[in-house]
Design a protein around this ligand. Structure first.
Ligand code: RTP
Ligand code: MG
Length: 138
């Protein structure tokens, strides 16, 4: 059993896509074991995306991520890190496969609706960035 952090980014929340995306997780046998709305501060967003701090889009990305409420979730399931990345689709919606969340809903490379951890190590760090042990149902 694996765990991953999923975020419905501020564009996804403000566009009313939470239900649709949660439904896709449920339909794909992915269990949601923690969930909350967070309004990140700019510095929380900078901490979360620290790996990208040298990238040209860092300032804009962290402005966006702190621009409104986001829905953060811990997902659990077999191979859930890869499975979630598959449901999300490629970073750039233009490259995302048919039927993926980003292909279906994104129209901007930055405001691309969802985040998903990319490896077990980053999943563990990202989950603990938002949730303590009492907020995760076993
Ligand atoms: P994420 O971390 O959000 O799940 O997305 P990802 O792995 O598919 O993509 P990553 O390379 O980690 O980039 C993180 C987020 O930064 C924004 N981005 N903007 N303007 C640009 O060229 C650009 N490239 C990336 C996106 O919001 C991307 O999801
Ligand atoms: Mg990433």
């Amino acid at each position: 059993m694996e765990r991953t952090l999923s975020i419905i980014k501020p564009d996804g929340v403000s566009r009313g896509l939470m239900g649709e995306i949660v439904k896709r997780f449920e339909n794909n046998n992915i269990r949601i074991i923690a969930m909350k709305l967070v309004r990140m501060t700019k510095s929380q967003a900078e901490g979360f995306y620290a790996v990208h701090k040298e990238r040209p889009f860092f300032g804009s990305l962290t402005d966006f991520m702190s621009s409104g409420p986001a829905l953060v979730m811990v997902l659990e399931g077999e191979n859930v890190i890869a499975k979630n990345r598959e449901l999300m689709g490629a970073t750039n919606y233009k490259d995302a496969a048919e039927g993926t969340i980003r292909r279906d809903f994104a129209n901007d490379i930055e405001k691309n609706v969802v985040h998903g951890s990319d490896a077990p190590e980053t999943a563990a760090v990202e989950i603990s960035y938002f949730f303590n042990q009492f907020e995760i149902v076993g």
